[in-house]
Write a protein that binds this ligand. Sequence first.
Ligand SMILES: NC(=O)c1ccc[n+]([C@@H]2O[C@H](COP(=O)([O-])OP(=O)(O)OC[C@H]3O[C@@H](n4cnc5c(N)ncnc54)[C@H](OP(=O)(O)O)[C@@H]3O)[C@@H](O)[C@H]2O)c1
Length: 164
Amino acid sequence: MKISIIVAKAANNVIGKDNQLIWHIPADLKYFKKVTSGHCVIMGRKTHESIGKCLPNRLNIVISRNKDYQTFDGGVLSSSLQDAIELARSKGENEVFIIGGGVLYQEAITLADKLYITEIHDQFSGDTFFPEISNNDYMEISRFEYPKSEQSPYTYSFVNYIRK
Ligand SMILES: NC(=O)c1ccc[n+]([C@@H]2O[C@H](COP(=O)([O-])OP(=O)(O)OC[C@H]3O[C@@H](n4cnc5c(N)ncnc54)[C@H](OP(=O)(O)O)[C@@H]3O)[C@@H](O)[C@H]2O)c1
């Protein structure tokens, strides 16, 4: 089973502020849906609360150290990233997606096989960050750049990396 990370990050690695996304980029939301639909998604408890529901057509695995935590309807609780990954594997998953947030990405970047990065070519102020992507660990394999449009008020790129 492939372990993948998917994230939208600013040029200065900001990914969120006050437990919310900072930007609204319909093209990126469509891309996220297309890439992750039908797969298991793993997220931190704060990201789950930020989304405010379970994402449809995906098994939503929520990580918390609180064993009594109640996920939104349809969510499955897990006490660690490793347990969440094993749960996805036990479902016969071929590619599991770690969808945030900052705390989870920090741990997951040490073990992910593939990164789906939306680079937003602007700086933002925020309180949550994506870790640096090390050239020693990951190799860029594709990059598609898009101009500003109705689908995005910012220029952005969809970039894929695989572990070396
Ligand atoms: N731009 C993007 O693509 C993107 C994607 C996702 C999220 N975000 C943003 O990121 C922000 C949220 O990220 P965050 O870093 O604050 O929180 P987070 O990573 O979503 O959640 C952190 C929580 O997850 C649980 N957790 C994390 N690692 C764990 C582990 N190894 N074992 C057990 N539990 C673990 C803990 O929950 P308990 O405290 O319950 O134990 C922890 O407090 C928001 O602003 C959101 O909008 C951005």
